[in-house]
Each structure stands twice: as C-alpha cells, then as structure tokens.
Design a protein around this ligand. Sequence first.
Ligand code: GNR
Ligand code: NI
Length: 170
Amino acid sequence: MSLLNILEYPDPRLRTRATPLTEADFTPELQQQIDSMFETMYDAPGIGLAATQVDYHKQLIVIDVSENKDQPLVLINPEFTPVDASVEMMQEGCLSVPEYYADVERYVRIQVKALDRDGKPQEFETDGLLAHCIQHECDHLKGIVFVDYLSRMKQERVKKKLLKLQRQKA
Ligand code: GNR
Ligand code: NI
C-alpha cells in the first residue's frame, strides 16, 4: 500500500473519461490499487475517492461515509438512476479542489448498480450523504468536477485561487 498523489483542479487529467474494468482487470494489482486508494482517502481525509483523481482512468470508486471509518465501499463500473425526480442541495468539497466548498444539487434517492472488489454484482438504494457522494464520484469518472456546476465567475475565482496555491507549493 502507498499514498497516491491526488490531481488538483484545473489539472486537465481530471477531464479524462474512465473506461470500464473488464474481467481481466481483476488482478492482485487491482486489489493493491484499491487498498492504496482507501489509504489515500482516509489519510486526506475524505469520504470518497474516484480513480480519476489519482490519475488511474478506470471506473473505480472507493467510499466510506461512516462516522468510525469502518464501512469501506468499493464501486466498480458504477451506474445510478434516480428513484424519483427530487433533488436537494448539499455543501460539497473535493480532494481535488482543496479549501473550497459550495452547494451542489443532487438527486435525493438513487438506485446504484456496480461490481464489488471481487467483481461480484451489487445493487442497492440509498439517499443522504452516501447518495450525494456516489453522484459526486460518478461525475469524476466522466471527467466532471463539482465546480463545473458553479457560475463562470466562481469557476474563474476557484481556478485562480488554486493555481496560486499550487505555485506556492511548487
Ligand atoms: O471528502 C469529500 N466530501 C464530500 C462532501 C460532500 C459531497 C461529496 C464529497 S466527496 C469528497 C471527496 C472527493 O473529492 N471525492 O471525489
Ligand atoms: Ni471529488
């Protein structure tokens, strides 16, 4: 296991569309990648991490929204459908957009279909923070970052702020 580098907005690599994993992808290396993603997410700390954020462009997400950080969830080739049209706002943050938070509208209740870390199909319905988090992570796999939903002016402001932060770190 090892900590992975998290790409930061506006890094163009965050725009990569992840490809589905195939049966041949379920190797010991994949299990290592998953463990390293959990380690990176818990260390950050965050409640979710999409493979895109660590420059690995396969449809793989790790999540743990539990209080005690003891409910790891792996979603591979995830798909979701809203249960109904209700939406709600929640304040979101993103490990690829450090020190910035904004309200984002997401479906309240979603039906989720994905494979688990062993390639076994799983299906469940969820709402609340987990539903928001899954929608946020599925966006990453499509190259979408939550700031894309904000006004152009806010996007420009975040971009400037982060580029400055990145210059200072370099
Ligand atoms: O740590 C995170 N918190 C969060 C809060 C509200 C909605 C979504 C998230 S995901 C985020 C971690 C992250 O950047 N995942 O891609
Ligand atoms: Ni994110």
